[in-house]
Design a protein around this ligand. Structure first.
Ligand code: THU
Length: 148
């Protein structure tokens, strides 16, 4: 994608950097995520697996939970995600899993504005830009429970 802003390229670079911190000895699939906050700062997350397999945490979820832990859940403006098989230098884009889409929905609704979701390949130029309505149409969210 050639229409990326400098900010977006920087965010993708941060997500790529977060791949290195993945704890993914079970799947050997390393994922990094980076959040652009409204003050311009960046928070990152990496997937965090454990021996139960099914209870693993995705990179996007870890990043958004980190923002919440800092009292900044409402301050997320954009998210970048990237990942692939460890050591493979993948040039494929990945998109957030279903659970992460719901968690991004929570962050977006609490922010009160649309979040940009950048899905980038670990290596090379492939990047796709999404909004959440496309990734999670007709979503259930806080408004259905009278929140937000
Ligand atoms: N994973 C993420 O971190 N984010 C996603 O959106 C998709 C999958 C992780 C979970 C697991 O640790 C590994 O990738 C393989 O599924």
């Amino acid at each position: 994608m050639s229409d990326l802003t400098d900010d977006e390229q920087q965010l993708i670079a941060a997500a790529r950097g977060a791949i290195a911190n993945a704890h993914a000895p079970y799947s050997n699939f390393a994922v990094g995520a980076a959040l652009r906050m409204t003050d311009g700062s960046i928070l990152t997350g990496s997937n965090f697996e454990n021996a139960s397999y099914g209870l693993s945490l995705c990179a996007e979820t870890v990043a958004i939970a980190a923002a919440n832990a800092q009292g900044r859940l409402r301050d997320i403006a954009a998210i970048a995600v990237t990942g692939g098989p460890m050591g493979a230098a993948s040039s494929d884009v990945i998109t957030p899993c279903g659970r992460c889409r719901q968690i991004i929905k929570e962050a977006q609704d609490m922010a009160g504005r649309d979040l940009t979701i950048l899905c980038a390949a670990p290596v090379g130029e492939a990047v796709r830009r999404f909004d959440l309505d496309f990734l999670l149409p007709e979503a259930f969210g806080p408004a259905n429970l009278g929140i937000g």
